[in-house]
Design a binder for this molecule. Structure first.
Ligand SMILES: Nc1ncnc2c1ncn2[C@@H]1O[C@H](COP(=O)(O)OP(=O)(O)O)[C@@H](O)[C@H]1O
Ligand SMILES: [Mg+2]
Length: 302
C-alpha cells in the first residue's frame, strides 16, 4: 500500500487546468522527510544524495503523469549501486526502499539482502528453488543482491549461478511492477558482470557510484557512531583516532565506514579492559570517555 500521505497529495480530478506545485507536493509528502533524513544521517555522499533526489523527482512526475492518464506503463526501476565496501550502499538502498514504498512503487517497505550463497545451490536441482525462495521473500519490495558478479563464473558455463541469472532476468522483466532489484558491488567487477551479461545491463535503469570517503568524512562518521553509543574521545584519543584511521586508509582491506565501525568496536573493548585493569571504582564519565591508550594505532582493522 502506498503511504496515504503521499497518495492524497497527488490525487487529481482529471481536469486539464488543475495546477500542482511540484515543490510543495514533494515537501508535503513523506518523501521529503526521507530525503532530509538521508541528508542528516549520512555524512558526505553529496553526489549520491543528489542522484537519489533526482530519481525521487522523476518518480513524482511519473506518478502524476500516470494519475492524469498521460502514460500507462510504469518505469523500470532496477538499479546498480557500485562502490567499495562500507561506502553506504546498503544503507542508501534501505532509504530507497522507503522512498519507493512511500510513492507507491512497491507494496512493502521491505528490503531483502542476498548474495551468491543464498541464491545458488550446490547440486543439480538445488538452485532454482533457492533462488525462487529468496525472490518470494523479496516480492513486493526490494531485492538487494550484494556482490552480484559472483553469480557469474566466466570460466565455467555450467556453473549453477547461470541458472540464478536466468531466473532473475525473467523476474526482472515479467514482475518488474512488483519487485525492484538493486545490484551492488565493486564498480570494475560490476562493469565486467554487465559486459558478460548484456541482458542484465539492459534491465538496469539507474546506476549510482559510491565514492570512497575522505579522511575527514570518516572521522565525522566515527564521531557520530561514538555519540550514538554514548562515548566520546578525549583530546589525545581524538588525535590517536585520526592517526589510526589515516593508517587504515592505506591498508588493502580498508572498508570505509565499516572499518570505522570495527575500529570503534575494538576501541570499546580496550576501554573496558583498561577500566577493569585499573580496577577500583568507576564514575559514569569514565564509562563514556575513550582515552588515547584505548586506540590501537598500530592495528590492521579492515
Ligand atoms: N555516510 C555515512 N554516514 C554515516 N554512517 C555511514 C555512512 N556510510 C556508511 N555508514 C555506516 O557504515 C556502515 C557500513 O555501511 P553499509 O551501508 O553497510 O556499506 P556497504 O553496503 O557499501 O558495504 C553502516 O553501519 C552504515 O550505517
Ligand atoms: Mg553492504
Amino acid at each position: 500500500m502506498a503511504n496515504p500521505a503521499c497518495e492524497s497529495l497527488i490525487e487529481c480530478d482529471g481536469q486539464e487546468n488543475v495546477q500542482i506545485d511540484l515543490d510543495q507536493t514533494f515537501r508535503e509528502t513523506k518523501v521529503q522527510e526521507i530525503l532530509d533524513e538521508l541528508d542528516r544521517q549520512l555524512v558526505g555522499l553529496q553526489k549520491v544524495k543528489a542522484r537519489i533526489k533526482e530519481i525521487a523527482a522523476f518518480l513524482m512526475v511519473d506518478r502524476l503523469r500516470r494519475d492524469w492518464g498521460l502514460k500507462a506503463d510504469r518505469p523500470v526501476l532496477h538499479m546498480s549501486f557500485t562502490g567499495r565496501p562500507g561506502t553506504g550502499k546498503t544503507t542508501v538502498a534501505m532509504k530507497m526502499a522507503q522512498i519507493l514504498h512511500c510513492m507507491g512503487y512497491i507494496r512493502r517497505n521491505h528490503l531483502v539482502v542476498a548474495q551468491r550463497d543464498d541464491l545458488v545451490g550446490q547440486y543439480v536441482g538445488h538452485t532454482a528453488p533457492k533462488t525462487k525462495e529468496v525472490l518470494k521473500k523479496a516480492m513486493g519490495g526490494v531485492l538487494f543482491i550484494d556482490e552480484a558478479y559472483y553469480l557469474f563464473r566466466k570460466d565455467n558455463e555450467r556453473d549453477y549461478g547461470q541458472e540464478t541469472i536466468e531466473i532473475l532476468l525473467q523476474v526482472m522483466e515479467n514482475q518488474k511492477d512488483d519487485l525492484v532489484v538493486i545490484f551492488a558491488g565493486y564498480k570494475e567487477r560490476m562493469d565486467e558482470f554487465y559486459r558478460m551479461n548484456p541482458g542484465m545491463r539492459s534491465r538496469v535503469t539507474h546506476h549510482i557510484d559510491f565514492p570512497d570517503y575522505l579522511l575527514d568524512e570518516l572521522l565525522q562518521i566515527g564521531g557520530i557512531m561514538l555519540a550514538q553509543q554514548g562515548y566520546y574521545l578525549d583530546n589525545a584519543a581524538s588525535q590517536a583516532f585520526r592517526t589510526l584511521i589515516e593508517k587504515q586508509l592505506a591498508l588493502p582491506n580498508f572498508a570505509n565506514a565499516r572499518t570505522v565501525r570495527n575500529a570503534i568496536d575494538l576501541i570499546k573493548l580496550r576501554q573496558a579492559n583498561r577500566l577493569f585493569a585499573n580496577a577500583g571504582v568507576v564514575l559514569k564519565k569514565d564509562l563514556a570517555r575513550i582515552e588515547a591508550e584505548d586506540v590501537p594505532i598500530d592495528a590492521d582493522i579492515a
